[in-house]
Design a protein around this ligand. Structure first.
Ligand SMILES: Cc1cc2nc3c(=O)[nH]c(=O)nc-3n(C[C@H](O)[C@H](O)[C@H](O)COP(=O)(O)OP(=O)(O)OC[C@H]3O[C@@H](n4cnc5c(N)ncnc54)[C@H](O)[C@@H]3O)c2cc1C
Length: 303
């Protein structure tokens, strides 16, 4: 078994997702980690990494998939995070290698047996892909990050790949909030917030939390698309998920199944999110949230 993992990195730093998918991939065999050269030093100190392959990684998913295809030969498993970039790269790679990919894996049961959620997270299927080579995406939130020291060997590589695509412009969102997918606390807002989404940000600010939103609120133009939590948004697995005015549609719940505790505020006690919440407060959020913030202030709680 030999595993090639595509590191998840941003601005030359590994994201927290990398240590998590390395932990999952290490269950399959020794891990070679493909990283952009800028993150090579950080990558070699990551526990669970056997060897770092450092390259000037191309910016487009098309070229990245071709690079992985060039490197694929000695590996039994090729792994990426099941996030926006992994979802772009893994199907392209699978097509290039003529392999059926297995995506959104939440548990590794063996070299050819994997668990993944289906029906918007309402069921879990066990997949055995029966192939000699496996192209996989792992849900980072389902795996605990590797811990410990390491000083893996770094091999600098410079394979040639041609790509028909190029990045014309990149627009970066600025936020002081933690990254949504790996945050310990997430405060999300639903459609009743409307143009008062700042209330979600205020509470998140007090709790040191990441900010999320339902698709209804995003589609209505009151929250940016990258904050959407759910089946077609981001998957989160915080210690605490706070849902404000969120009904808890199946597609939303699919994104929060890994949450360890849920606090929901809703005027409707029968809303599905209220039914599964550890603490469910039946109240108008426009009264309850300022009251919660005032109480946090009174207690001097600020993370
Ligand atoms: C293919 C597909 C994919 C989808 N993917 C996603 C996804 O990834 N993420 C996602 O979120 N949705 C997704 N959806 C949409 C999803 O089905 C729901 O429509 C959406 O999640 C509902 O958002 P909401 O909870 O904000 O709104 P609603 O369902 O309208 O709920 C609003 C809630 O707010 C409560 N409320 C109203 N006023 C107040 C108040 N003043 N104070 C407190 N509570 C109040 C109401 O009682 C209600 O429970 C998807 C749908 C489809 C078909």
């Amino acid at each position: 078994m030999a595993v090639l993992v595509l590191a998840d990195a941003d601005l030359g730093r590994l994201t927290p997702a990398t240590a998590r998918i390395v932990a999952g991939a290490a269950e399959l065999g020794p891990v070679d980690l493909l990283v952009d050269a800028a993150a090579a030093e950080e990558a070699r100190s990551l526990a669970g990494v056997h060897r770092v392959l450092a390259a000037a990684l191309p910016a487009t998913a098309d070229a990245l998939a071709q690079l992985l295809a060039v490197l694929a030969e000695p590996y039994t498993h090729i792994v990426a995070a099941a996030n926006a970039s992994g979802r772009d790269v893994i199907p392209r790679l699978a097509a290039l290698l003529d392999i059926q990919p297995v995506t959104d894996i939440t548990a590794i049961l063996g070299p050819t047996r994997f668990e993944r959620p289906i029906y918007a997270g309402n069921a879990t299927e066990t997949v055995s892909d029966g192939q000699a080579k496996h192209v996989l995406s792992l849900r980072a939130s389902a795996f605990a990050a590797t811990v410990g020291e390491n000083s893996a060997v770094v091999s600098n590589i410079s394979p040639e790949v041609a790509s028909a695509t190029e990045v014309i412009a990149e627009v970066r969102t600025q936020s002081e909030r933690p990254e949504l997918s790996t945050a310990q606390i997430v405060v999300s807002g639903g459609i009743p917030l409307g143009d008062r989404f700042a209330l979600v940000e205020d509470l998140a600010g007090k709790l040191g939390a990441a900010v999320g939103a339902t698709r209804a609120l995003v589609d209505a133009g009151h929250a940016p698309n990258d904050l959407q939590v759910g089946q077609t948004g981001k998957i989160v697995a915080p210690d605490l998920y706070v849902g404000l005015g969120i009904s808890g549609a199946l597609q939303h719940l699919a994104g929060i199944q890994g949450a360890k505790a849920i606090f929901a505020i809703n005027t409707d006690a029968e809303a599905p999110l209220m039914k599964i919440a550890d603490v469910a407060l039946v109240a108008d959020l426009f009264e309850a949230v300022p009251a919660v913030i005032a109480e946090l202030d009174r207690l001097g709680i600020k993370r």
